[in-house]
Design a protein around this ligand. Sequence first.
Ligand code: FAD
Length: 514
Amino acid sequence: AKHLRLILGDQLNPMHTWFEHIDADVVYVIAELHQEANYTKHHVQKISAFFAAMANFAQDLESKGHRVCYLTLDDSAAYQDLPQLIKALVARYACQSFTFQRPDEYRLRAQLAGMSAQLALPVVEVDSEHFLLPFDELPSHFKAATHVRMENFYRLMRKRFSILMTGLKPAGGAWNFDANNRQSFKQADLKLIPKPLVFDNSADEYLQRIKQHNINTIGHESANVAYPINRQQSLVLLDYFCQHQLANFGNFQDAMTVASPYAWSLYHSRLSFSLNCKMLSPMEVIETALIAYQDSAGKITLAQIEGFVRQILGWREYVRGMYWVNMPNYAEQNFLGAKRNLPAFFWNADTKMQCLKSAISQSLEHAYAHHIQRLMITGNFSLLAGIAPSQVDDWYLGIYIDAIEWVELPNTRSMALFADGGWIATKPYAASGNYVNKMSDYCKNCHYKVKEKVSSNACPLNSLYWNFIDQNYDKFASNHRMSFPIRNWDKVDPAQKIAIREKAAELLNDLDKL
Ligand code: FAD
């Protein structure tokens, strides 16, 4: 072979122009890497899913006639890191060039950019041909350390790609139908929650290797990879979503419950793994959902499809832009100076707080939690308790099936922790027990009392919330979007303020006890 081309584990895009022609002079390398399995402590199901999808992709390329070098952890163990492996392969195949698709992660991009100094041959970066907004255009939409309004970006994207537009106007006369969405479940809704589609791909081979190579993992082991491991399965999952979940996607986007066997998935698509590995393109997901909407004879309303389109055309592309213009500084942000340790129950769900127990235990079991659990349960708790952002980042980066830094970090640092001081959100997404009680049934059977603030079994979120406002008073005082809670705190009588501070201090002193 004359040319080496690298395919990373999240670059499994069979539609890439690379694969339009079969060329005997090109060898594709797909490798299970120790550096990737170990750069954070991943959920064991996440590693199995990545390895299974990579193996499937390699087989698919080979069956189409491409030349593939597939390396397992056994094969790659001898090399210290990715650059060492590439050097060895370049020599093995007597290559004249090395080409890679632009990594989505800063860490990997920096590592591969360094290759040109290490190899005496042309090193070329090409586009991954996945995202809707071209990489070179990111600086014209996003500025470092500067607030960019998602809603404005999203409207531009709607116009640019003519999605849900009637001429120059948004379909239905509004850009946003959130007011119709965001319901919580009533008793009658619970029985209608659809069963999630899970796959039955064997994980045996991967689990064996993970153990043999002592890869340190978290979460429950599973003999199956329940997520799609190839394009065909990804398309089946997309179709299932359009048929069974899209019609209620927006309605119950923020709802949470314990009262359903399918509480862990609800009306969410669980397409993030397929999207982030590039087995599906964002535009085909949007277009497929739009066709389902048009063909549904009114069963899927505009509010539901718009809510879904916004996540992919808006949020997903937006966080990618914010990530690239702000890295590497992003990973250092800690606006609120948070420095407490993540409590041990994040790793074993051993807590009496029902909301955290539910969100964490399902994350350990399925490597999945839906957005509002990530933002308003584990995220909100970490915000109120002042947990060090780097520890929170590590947890999110490891535990979720879809966790890749470009999308995990902006969501964690900015959305959940307000550690950027307002680049994404203009105020912290902070909430007391009242919010959790409104959006879920978690509080009903909780050990703690959601209506109480300072009693011995008062919901910890209540005193932690007011203490959070109090502790960050100066930082929030100039933020007009925080004037409501600030004014409310001002009105609390002095004795009650002292009681709240004391209660919060007692809780913060031993978070592991909660
Ligand atoms: P659905 O609810 O069905 O949404 C459809 C799709 O929209 C998702 O697959 C995703 O591609 C996109 N999307 C929705 N919300 C966002 C968002 N805020 N940012 C980017 N894309 C979005 N998403 C990841 O893909 N990887 C992560 O590591 C990740 N970490 C997160 C950490 C925190 C603290 C928070 C608050 C959110 C995080 N998200 C992450 C965003 C979001 O929660 C997940 O994309 C979503 O839960 C994935 O499940 P789903 O496919 O069922 O999503």
